[in-house]
Ligand binder design. Structure first.
Ligand SMILES: [Mn+2]
Length: 365
């Protein structure tokens, strides 16, 4: 028995407000669908954030519909949960997944599905405020899955210790054979003490610039999970997870303070695919901007004078960690503050986000 684990496609996302980046995101999704059709798995589990937001563009919708209908034509069912991005922000809204109803199996009206003897449980995204409900659902799935040997749990959550900001502890997870996780965009595979395999398949394109490092190291795409065999308790070690990789847009982080580095960078810029370039350049190499105009899709360069040269590019992940710690020390909800901050700088859905947050405290809002 073999299945595909995919998630975090963020269809509709427009990085730097560029048409090309919106298209990159669709292309990477389509490439994944092609590869899944070649592999012909028994089914697909999708761990959420199919869409960038709960009111996706028509192009995002039609891309999803086309992709999933092709899987259906080929007899490959898709089991999918909602991520924080595709979850509706208002009470009476419907999720965009209702338009895909024909092609997918969700966990909106039921907690689990059985696919040829395999238990597939799914839980839509829960924010920290919904923690109690999340734990209750885990308990329900734990009880319902007791009699099954092969059991998959699909979730879209941050888990401690994989991210600094999380909703769930690793120790709070009930026993499953495979945890198909979404939310963290880097790839993570962890063999748990209970014998299960916990895996984040990562995003299918570079949604945030700091994901490029993981893309270089671990690739992006999806997993093919092999759970063949009898699968009595001693067998769970034999879950095999294989990376299937696709090509994403290149992101370069540059620091140019010598003729050598300047030449090396210029030579490496290929004409074929235009990268995105961030970085710092010493003023005497400012002419690099003319090259970047033609040869990159987008760039953001800081030109510095000699006395500023000590500039060190800190890792985004550690800045985020520091920020979360700072906010937590102030006694604030770090999840809310971080999320609001991101929405404000990206100018997306912050009014709805705040309304949703407060509606949880004031029922008459
Ligand atoms: Mn995501």
């Amino acid at each position: 028995m073999q299945f595909v684990h995919i998630g975090d496609n963020h269809l509709g996302y427009r990085q730097y407000n560029l048409d090309d980046r919106e298209k990159d995101i669709y292309d990477s999704f389509n490439e994944c669908i092609e590869k899944i059709l070649e592999i012909r798995p028994d089914f697909v589990v999708h761990s959420g954030d199919l869409f960038e937001n709960s009111r996706p563009q028509i192009k995002a919708l039609s891309t999803a519909i086309r992709g999933f209908s092709r899987l259906k034509e080929n007899g490959i069912p898709v089991y999918i949960v909602l991520g924080n991005h595709d979850l509706p922000k208002r009470k009476f809204q419907e999720t965009p997944l209702v338009l895909l109803g024909e092609y997918i199996k969700t966990f909106v009206k039921r907690e689990f599905h059985i696919h040829e003897g395999v238990f597939i449980g799914g839980i839509n995204y829960h924010s920290k405020i919904g923690k109690e409900n999340l734990i209750k659902k885990l308990k329900t799935l734990e009880n319902a899955s007791k009699e099954y040997r092969k059991k998959i749990l699909i979730m879209h959550q941050g888990i401690n210790p994989y991210v600094p900001d999380y909703e769930l502890e690793k120790s709070e997870l009930p026993e499953f054979s495979y945890y198909a996780m979404g939310h963290i965009h880097n790839r993570i595979i962890d063999n748990l003490e209970n014998g299960g395999v916990l895996a984040y398949s990562g995003s299918t394109e570079i949604i945030r610039r700091d994901e490029y490092k993981d893309y270089e190291k671990n690739g992006k795409g999806f997993y093919v999970v092999d759970m063949s065999g009898d699968f009595d308790k001693n067998d769970v070690d034999f879950i095999r997870v294989e990376n299937i990789n696709i090509k994403c847009r290149d992101f370069f982080e540059i620091f140019i303070d010598s003729e050598e580095k300047f030449k090396e960078f210029i030579n490496n810029l290929s004409n074929a695919s235009k990268p995105i370039v961030h970085g710092v350049v010493k003023r005497e190499f400012g002419k690099i901007l003319d090259v970047l105009k033609d040869k990159t899709l987008w760039y953001n360069i800081r030109v510095v004078d000699d006395e500023e040269i000590e500039y060190d590019i800190p890792e985004y992940s550690s800045i985020e960690k520091l920020f979360v710690e700072y906010v937590k020390n102030k006694g604030l909800d770090a999840d809310f503050v971080l999320n609001l901050h991101n929405r404000l700088i990206n100018n997306e859905g912050y009014v709805e986000f705040v309304e949703e947050y407060y509606s949880k405290f004031c029922t008459k809002f």
